[in-house]
Design a protein around this ligand. Structure first.
Ligand SMILES: O=C(O)CCC(=O)C(=O)O
Length: 305
């Protein structure tokens, strides 16, 4: 379409955005988009190598026992309320979405000091929160578990290269110990993030030979990229497996489990948390693609002056 049919104001704005971006790129060295180049130094060289090779990390003891207890109290309360509903099945999984709206303790997890610098190291600073979830997987002898990759029809066909920042990562915080097999373990296939997951999955579910059932302790965090073949094993134990999942996406992607945050939540959040859940100021062409000028300062908490 010719420029004559576009409103002049928008064309000018687009030019401004493009020329500001060009100016910025020509003054600063191009960012090398390997996962290790975001320089928060939150991960070791070895962890970054493992991340690229395996598509996931298992980081131990990132939450304190007090944090685990406080979070578990809230999760237990939510689960108990759910079980009070007439049609609730005690052996079914409890999967609550958009929990940042439920309780301030979940809103605070968006940029938890022990994990947020890791998110920045892997993703870079131009990010948003894609979802916040609480999961309880109780004993279910009929449960089979499942393996999948994340995203819908299009996203599940995208597998970013080794030297690319991810499109999406999830952090799974474990609130219970999962010391043995078939305890509802987070299950994954190391290195599978570069291979196409078969449409329809596997008949064996999570029991394919390459799959690994992660043994974890409460307070541990599993971080994984969207194209990793992952899921969960059945829980045949007496201990309900409890965890929380926080998903981070590049800012130009849409959130998964909310359309927009409530005004009430926005008012309770810090400026950084508000940005993460989509407060980008007044919307204009390209504003989710060329992030607001204070994006890096907000994310890193270090004004560049
Ligand atoms: O519950 C689990 O361990 C797996 C969760 C999962 O598959 C997902 O978040 O996509």
């Amino acid at each position: 379409m010719g420029g004559a049919s576009c409103p002049a104001k928008l064309v000018d704005h687009d030019r401004e955005v493009a020329s500001a971006a060009f100016e910025c790129l020509s003054k600063e060295p191009l960012m090398d988009t390997t996962a290790s180049e975001n320089h928060t130094n939150a991960l070791t060289e070895e962890q970054i190598r493992d991340w690229k090779q395996d598509g996931y990390l298992h980081l131990k003891g990132l939450l304190t026992s007090d944090e685990v207890r406080e979070l578990t109290d809230v999760v237990d309360r939510m689960h108990a309320e759910h079980l009070n509903q007439p049609d609730a099945e005690p052996h079914h999984d409890f999967d609550q979405r958009n929990v940042m709206e439920e309780d301030d303790i979940f809103a605070a997890m968006m940029d938890h000091p022990a994990t947020f610098s890791i998110v920045l190291e892997l993703m870079g600073p131009y990010i948003g929160l894609g979802m916040s979830e609480v999961i309880v997987r109780p004993k279910n002898l009929n449960g089979k578990g499942r393996l999948h990759t994340d995203g819908g029809q299009a996203m599940r066909q995208i597998r970013v290269s080794e030297d690319s920042i991810p499109l999406q990562i999830k952090l799974q915080y474990f609130l219970t110990d999962v010391p043995g097999p078939n305890m509802g373990n987070f299950t994954l296939v190391p290195g599978s993030h570069r291979r196409l997951f078969p449409e329809g999955g596997f008949e064996e579910g999570p029991n394919i030979p390459e799959a690994v059932q992660m043994r974890a302790e409460s307070g541990d965090v599993a971080i994984f990229t969207h194209s990793l073949w992952h899921g969960y094993a059945p829980n045949h134990s007496e201990i309900p497996r409890k965890s929380m999942i926080y998903c981070y996406v590049q800012q130009f992607l849409r959130p998964y489990d909310f359309e927009r945050p409530s005004q009430e939540l926005l008012e309770r959040c810090t400026p950084r948390q508000r940005r993460l859940i989509g407060d980008i100021g007044e919307w204009h062409f390209g504003s989710y693609f060329y992030s607001p000028a204070d994006q890096v300062d907000l994310m890193t908490d270090q004004p560049s002056g």
